[in-house]
Design a protein around this ligand. Sequence first.
Ligand code: SF4
Ligand code: SF4
Length: 92
Amino acid sequence: MKNKQQLGIAQIKRRRGIVFIIKDRCKGCGFCIEFCPSKVLQRSDDFNAQGYHYPIVVEEPPEKVCIACGFCSIICPEFAIYSKPLEDGEEA
Ligand code: SF4
Ligand code: SF4
């Protein structure tokens, strides 16, 4: 049986990201939670200053982590969430 190198399979490192949530801008629409491809966001039980439930990050490494795809920031109508890719060795 051929090994991974013979098959030309390289190990690909998955990009990691860190999420920033400006909680008092959030209007609680839930778009970011629903459409995050990694499912790392969930609704907070707390209310923000406007009375909405804002998102929080619930990572469960190694499977459920932010991949810094940026989709949450594109879809948020309130510009209340964004992500940044982590550098090698940087912790979330
Ligand atoms: S950047 Fe992508 S993976 Fe990270 S929280 Fe936003 S939508 Fe989810
Ligand atoms: S998409 Fe924006 S406004 Fe909607 S829940 Fe997420 S952070 Fe809040």
